[in-house]
Write a protein that binds this ligand. Structure first.
Ligand SMILES: [Zn+2]
Length: 303
C-alpha cells in the first residue's frame, strides 16, 4: 500500500508499506477514507519536535476491512472513527474516562506503526478504540465533519467541559487553530453566553464568529489579558480554554484570564508535555475515545 513517510524535517514523501494484516485476535484492519494533518504533525515537519522516521498521521476515519475473531462492537464494512490514541478500555485510566492516558496507549503513525496518512491501518485493541458511525451513505460534508471527531473536535470539547463551561458562561478561547475553533463550537453548544476568541487572522476570526464567538480580540500576551479584563468590566472570564499549545498562551489562559483558574489546556504541547502553569482538571490531552463516543451518540439521537 501507499503511505506518507517522514524522512526528517521538511522531508515527507509517498512511499510503499506492507499491507496491514491481523496479528492478534483483537486487531482490525481499517481502510482509510479520510485523513488529515494535525498541528502536531507540523512541529516535527518543521523540526520543532522529535518524530520517528516512517509512517505518520493519527487522525482518520475509514471502513473496517478485516476484524480479528475477538473484536466486538465493530464489524466488516462499518464506517469508524479512529481516535488519535488507541486504548484497551480496561485499565484504571480508561475506566476513569481518560483513554488517551491508557497504560497500553498506542498512537498510530508513530514508532514505525501504520499511520492515518496511508491507505490502511492495523488497529490493535479495536473493540475499545474504534467508534462505529451510525447510519450509512453519508455525504462528503458529513464525512469531513466526522473526521474532526478523530481529534480536534473532541479536544476542543474536552477543553470546554473540563473548564466547566455551561449555560451563561463567559469564556475566552486562546488559539484560533482547529482546536480553538472547535472549542468555540463546544462552548456555544454547552450554552456559553459570551465567547471571546483571541485571534488576529481575518479568516479564522470570521470562522470563530460563524461558530459562535461574540467578541474577537487580536491582542496577545499581557495585552490580551488586559483586553479581556477590559472587555469583562475588570472581572475576567469564567473559563479560559487554552488551545494554542504555546507556553505563552497557557500562561495567559491559566493565570490572567480566569481569576478562578478554571482553565484547561487540552492539546499536546510541543515536545509532548503540558507546560508548567497550565491549570487543568485533567492532566493532559483528551479522553479521545470517550468523547468520540459521546459525539456519535449525539449524532445517533439527532437522526
Ligand atoms: Zn487503558
Amino acid at each position: 500500500m501507499r503511505a506518507a513517510l517522514y524522512n526528517g524535517p521538511h522531508a515527507i514523501e509517498i512511499g510503499e508499506r506492507p499491507d496491514p494484516v491481523i496479528q492478534e485476535p483483537t486487531d482490525a484492519v481499517v481502510r482509510v477514507v479520510l485523513s488529515c494533518v494535525c498541528g502536531s504533525d507540523l512541529w516535527y515537519w518543521r523540526g520543532e519536535s522529535p518524530h520517528d522516521e516512517g509512517p505518520i498521521g493519527h487522525e482518520f476515519i475509514g471502513v473496517v476491512d478485516e476484524a480479528g475473531s475477538a473484536v466486538r462492537g465493530v464489524k466488516l464494512g462499518d464506517m469508524v472513527v479512529a481516535p488519535f490514541v488507541f486504548c484497551d478500555g480496561t485499565c484504571p485510566n480508561c475506566e476513569a474516562g481518560v483513554t488517551s492516558q491508557c497504560v497500553h496507549a498506542y498512537i498510530p503513525g508513530s514508532g514505525g506503526r501504520d499511520g492515518g496518512q496511508g491507505e490502511a491501518v492495523r488497529v490493535p485493541m479495536a473493540s475499545s478504540s474504534l467508534v462505529p458511525v451510525p447510519g450509512s451513505g453519508h455525504s462528503d460534508e458529513i464525512l469531513r465533519s466526522l473526521l474532526t471527531l478523530a481529534d480536534v473536535m473532541c479536544t476542543g470539547h474536552h477543553a470546554a467541559v473540563s473548564a466547566g463551561v455551561g449555560a451563561g458562561s463567559v469564556v475566552a478561547v486562546v488559539g484560533d487553530g482547529a482546536v480553538g475553533l472547535c472549542a468555540v463550537i463546544a462552548a456555544k453548544r454547552l450554552g456559553a453566553e459570551r465567547i471571546i476568541a483571541l485571534s488576529r487572522n481575518p479568516k479564522r476570526q470570521a470562522l470563530a464568529r460563524e461558530f459562535g464567538a461574540t467578541d474577537i480580540l487580536p491582542e496577545r500576551g499581557d495585552a490580551a489579558a488586559e483586553a479581556v479584563k477590559e472587555a469583562t468590566g475588570g472581572i475576567g472570564v469564567d473559563a479560559a480554554l487554552e488551545c494554542s499549545t504555546a507556553t505563552s498562551g497557557c500562561e495567559v489562559a491559566s493565570r490572567r484570564l480566569a481569576p478562578t483558574f478554571r482553565s484547561c489546556s487540552p492539546a499536546f504541547s510541543r515536545g509532548g508535555s503540558t507546560p508548567v502553569g497550565c491549570s487543568t482538571s485533567k492532566p493532559t490531552s483528551t479522553g479521545s475515545s470517550q468523547h468520540t463516543r459521546r459525539w456519535t451518540s449525539v449524532a445517533r439521537s439527532s437522526r
